[in-house]
Design a protein around this ligand. Structure first.
Ligand code: UD1
Length: 421
C-alpha cells in the first residue's frame, strides 16, 4: 500500500487547477442509463471512484470510454444487458446505489445490492427506497439486494423527504425524468451537484424546474436523448486546497474556483483570518496575518458548511489561536481523523457529535493512518504545517477523491512525495 511522505514547514505559493467534482460525476455517469443515445462528460476528475462507477456501468451493458487522459468520459447505454448491480462493486462505493433510479425508469426493473457498512456511520438507503416506492415501484429486499420493479413504468408523484439527502434526491430526480406525469420532490437537497445533474438531464430533454431550491418539479417525458456536459468544479477539492495556504502561509490561486460554490466555508475562513479574492480565473487565497483565529463550525446541508470539509477545517483549527468547537450534524462517527491529528500534537476532545479543538502553536510530524477519504487529506494538510516528517499510510482512501495530490501541492512548494509500498 502506498504512503505519502510530507516534510512540513514550507510556505505555499503558486497555482492549483481544480478538477471536476467527484460527487457530481458519480451522479452524472448513471444518467447515461436513462437514454439509448450517447452521453459525454467533459472535465471529469481522474479518480479511483470514477473507475469503480465505470466498471459498474460496464457490467450493466453500458459502453464507457475514457478519453483525453480520463478528462472526457464517452458513454453509451444503447443496450442494457444486465439489470443487476453486484455486491462486489456496490460495497466498494455507496454512490453505486445511484443506478437504481435510472435502471428502474428506463427498464422498469433493477436489482441493486444494498451498500455495506460505511466507516463514517450507518448511512442507510431508506430514503432512496421510499422515493422509488412513491414513484410506483414495488420493492423486495432479499439476500442483501433490493429487487425493484415498476410494472407499466414509474408514475409521477410527490416525494417528500423527512431529512435532506443528496443521493436520494439524485436518485428520485433521475427516476422522475422518465416517469409518467409530474413529480414534486420536496425537501430536496440543494447542493451544486444536484443543480449540475438537473442541467445535464435538461440537455438530454428532461423537463425540470426548481433545482437549487428545496422543491424540484419534474414533468416526465417518454425518452431522453444524448448530450455533452462539463462536470461542475469540485467544491470539496477547492475547499480542501484553499486550506493549504491558510495553514502554511503564502498565496495560492485556485483555477475554476468560485465563492458561490463554497460560500459558508469562505465565511468561516474569513472569520479565521484568511483572505479570499475572486478573480476571473478563480480564487486567490492567503493568510491575513500569522496564526489564524479559532472559529466554531456546524456542518449542514448546502448552503451550510459541508460535512466533507469538516476534517480539513479541523486540521486548520489545530494551529489556531484559541478554542474552536466543531459540530458534525450530517454523519455520526465522523471524527476519526481526530485521534490521528492528536498523534501530531493536536489538542482535541470529542464528545458525541462535538469536537473541541484547542489550538497549539506547532504540530509535529508523525506516522498516521488515513481512515476515510476526507480524513486522509486532513492529515496531509496538518502535515504541511507540522515540524518534521509525517508519513500518511493507507492513502488508497485519498486516491478515491483527489487526483495528483503530490503534483498539485508540490507545484506550490510543498515537500510531498508518494512512496510505493
Ligand atoms: C453525499 C456525498 C458525500 C457527502 C454527503 C453529505 C456523493 C457521492 N456523496 O453522500 O460525499 O458527505 O452527500 O453532503 O455525492 N440518510 C438516511 N437515509 C438515506 C440516505 C441518507 O438516513 O436513505 C442520511 C445519512 O445517513 C446522512 C444524511 O442522510 O446522515 C445525509 O446523507 P446523504 O445526503 O444521503 O449523503 P450521500 O448522498 O450518501
Amino acid at each position: 500500500m502506498d504512503s505519502i511522505v510530507v516534510r512540513g514547514g514550507a510556505e505555499l505559493n503558486g497555482v492549483i487547477p481544480i478538477a471536476g467534482a467527484k460527487n457530481a460525476c458519480l451522479t452524472l455517469m448513471p444518467a447515461t442509463l436513462l437514454s439509448d443515445e450517447p452521453l459525454t462528460l467533459t472535465n471529469a476528475p481522474r479518480l479511483s471512484d470514477i473507475r469503480t462507477m465505470t466498471l459498474l456501468l460496464q457490467s450493466l451493458g453500458a459502453e464507457v470510454t475514457s478519453l483525453q487522459d480520463g478528462k472526457v468520459l464517452a458513454m453509451s447505454s444503447h443496450d442494457l444487458t444486465n439489470l443487476t448491480a453486484d455486491y462486489d462493486i456496490v460495497r466498494k462505493m455507496r454512490a453505486s446505489f445511484l443506478v437504481l433510479g435510472p435502471l428502474l425508469a428506463r427498464a422498469g426493473r433493477a436489482v441493486v445490492s444494498l451498500p455495506g457498512g460505511c466507516a463514517i456511520g450507518a448511512r442507510p438507503v431508506d430514503l432512496h427506497l421510499k422515493a422509488m416506492e412513491a414513484l410506483g415501484a414495488t420493492l423486495d429486499l432479499r439476500d442483501g439486494y433490493v429487487h425493484a420493479e415498476a410494472k407499466g413504468g414509474l408514475r409521477g408523484a410527490v416525494v417528500e423527504f423527512p431529512i435532506v439527502s443528496v443521493g436520494a434526491t439524485e436518485n428520485a430526480l433521475m427516476a422522475a425524468t422518465l416517469a409518467r406525469g409530474t413529480t414534486e420532490i420536496r425537501n430536496a437537497a440543494r447542493e451544486p451537484e444536484i443543480v449540475d445533474l438537473a442541467q445535464c438531464l435538461r440537455k438530454m430533454g428532461a423537463r425540470i424546474e426548481g433545482e437549487g431550491s428545496s422543491t424540484i418539479t419534474i414533468e416526465g417525458v417518454d425518452r431522453l436523448s444524448g448530450a455533452t456536459h462539463p462536470v461542475v468544479t469540485d467544491r470539496i477539492e477547492l475547499g480542501t486546497y484553499m486550506l493549504a495556504p491558510a495553514i502554511c502561509g503564502g498565496e495560492v490561486e485556485f483555477l475554476g474556483g468560485r465563492i458561490a460554490l463554497v460560500g459558508a466555508f469562505c465565511e468561516k475562513l474569513d472569520a479565521a483570518g484568511v483572505s479570499i479574492r475572486e478573480t476571473e480565473r478563480g480564487l486567490v487565497v492567503a493568510r491575513k496575518n500569522g496564526r489564524v483565529n479559532a472559529v466554531d463550525v456546524v456542518t449542514e446541508p448546502f448552503p451550510g458548511f459541508p460535512t466533507d470539509l469538516q476534517a480539513q477545517m479541523m486540521a486548520l483549527l489545530c494551529t489556531a489561536q484559541g478554542v474552536s468547537v466543531l459540530e458534525e450534524r450530517i454523519f455520526e462517527n465522523r471524527f476519526m481523523h481526530a485521534p490521528e491529528l492528536v498523534r501530531m500534537g493536536a489538542r482535541i476532545e470529542v464528545h458525541g457529535g462535538h469536537a473541541t479543538v484547542t489550538g497549539v502553536e506547532r504540530l509535529r510530524g508523525a506516522r498516521v493512518m488515513a481512515t476515510d477519504l476526507r480524513a486522509s487529506v486532513s492529515l496531509i494538510l496538518a502535515a504541511l504545517a507540522a515540524e518534521g516528517e509525517t508519513v500518511v499510510s493507507r492513502v488508497y482512501h485519498l486516491d478515491r477523491g483527489y487526483e495528483r495530490v503530490e503534483e498539485k501541492l508540490g507545484a506550490c512548494g510543498a515537500s510531498i512525495e508518494r512512496v510505493a509500498g
